[in-house]
Design a binder for this molecule. Structure first.
Ligand code: NDP
Length: 329
């Protein structure tokens, strides 16, 4: 069983007297900075000089160049996109880090796939929210908290775990519970959802739409049923709140019987082979190498993919149908 940490597992004084640098002020950065400050910590922000910096200053944070924010900080939270992490760390972070400072990542990717090089004298820890940035802030403010994956890749100071848990607690990530994971495990599960589950769902919904349209169901009804109504979203919420099977009770007996009696309809479809291939592709570093190559090539393949995959037949009608379901004023 994995270790799950709660508020009481973080030593109360883990971050006492420490200065926290939040690098990047985007989706996660802004929420982290606000939560950490509201938890009583001394927070400064480091960004390149632009709208992010202006936003941090408007939120009344000391806002600096990245290297200046890192200098003398005890804890450095790197909240910039994973794809720029290697270059940003090499150019503005690594040489400014004070020995013994802890570097905190919100994702395992850059460390798991060797895209960053940090001095041996620094702790390397992870607090990876299972939550979008705005949710990190909202769930702190309303007190509900969020789940995260936490881990330590390098404990140079001997104090890396208390610091990791101190940051997680101050963020609101230990209120519900955070699961111990390695950076590699976090990267795997994150990428697996994106690369093995999302394409499967896309295929499922796209095939289902085609079959329903063939069966004479109007497109408006298909889109309403699949997502515009929000019914499936509510079902997912119920799965979270009471469990995937217990939520069956919220549906009619006809629905329950239909789902249970036809539960094995796709039992023969071989998803496992493809999913294992996805795990190998990620764990071997093949995906990370490919993605690094795409970036180095000026995102050419990314643009081609937007052209090829970014639209499907349904999307051509989607905006029009969506407007038809706007509430009348
Ligand atoms: P964002 O894209 O929101 O980060 C934006 C910030 O990074 C801005 O301050 C931006 O500055 C700065 N930035 C962009 N490029 C560079 C660069 N080359 N050098 C320096 N600063 C740069 O990132 P997220 O908040 O989405 O992600 C941050 C981390 O959090 C990642 O590790 C991600 O995997 C992780 N994470 C994200 C989640 C999410 O829901 N978004 C969920 C869980 C984890 P500027 O304004 O100048 O562009």
């Amino acid at each position: 069983m994995a270790r799950i940490f709660h508020d009481e597992d973080a030593p109360a004084d883990a971050l006492a007297g420490k200065t926290i640098a939040v690098i990047g002020y985007g989706n996660q950065g802004r929420s982290w900075a606000l939560n950490l400050r509201d938890s009583g910590l001394d927070v400064r922000v480091g960004t390149v000089a632009d709208t992010s910096r202006a936003q941090a200053a408007a939120d009344v944070f000391p806002a600096h160049e990245i290297a200046d924010a890192v200098t003398d900080a005890d804890v450095v939270c790197l909240l910039i996109p994973d794809e720029v992490m290697g270059d940003a760390v090499a150019s503005s972070v690594a040489q400014s880090l004070k020995p013994g400072a802890a570097v905190v990542f919100a994702s395992g990717y850059a460390v798991a796939f060797d895209e960053v090089k940090l001095p041996d004298t620094n702790d390397v820890v992870m607090v990876a929210p299972r939550m979008i940035g705005v949710g990190v802030r909202d769930s702190y403010v309303d007190g509900s908290g969020f789940i995260a994956f936490v881990g330590v890749d390098r404990d140079a100071s001997g104090n890396a775990w208390p610091v990791a848990l101190g940051v997680a607690r101050a963020l609101g990530a230990l209120h519900r519970g955070s699961v111990e994971m390695t950076f590699k495990q976090e990267a795997l599960i994150d990428l697996f959802v994106e690369q093995a589950i999302a394409p499967g769902l896309r295929k499922l919904w796209s095939d289902a739409a085609m079959v329903l349209l063939e069966a004479g169901i109007p497109l408006e009804a298909v889109l309403a049923e699949f997502y515009l109504s929000g019914e499936i979203e509510r079902t997912y919420r119920a799965m979270r709140e009471i469990g995937p099977t217990k939520q069956w009770k919220l549906h009619s007996q006809t629905s329950q019987y239909g789902t249970m009696s036809r539960a094995k309809r796709y039992a023969d479809a071989d998803l496992v082979t493809q999913m294992r291939a996805a795990v190998d592709d990620i764990n071997s570093g093949a995906f990370a190498r490919e993605w690094a190559g795409v970036r180095a090539d000026g995102y050419k393949k990314m643009k081609e993919l937007y052209e090829a995959e970014g639209r499907d037949a349904l999307m051509d009608f989607e905006d029009e149908v969506r407007q038809k379901f706007e509430p009348s004023s």
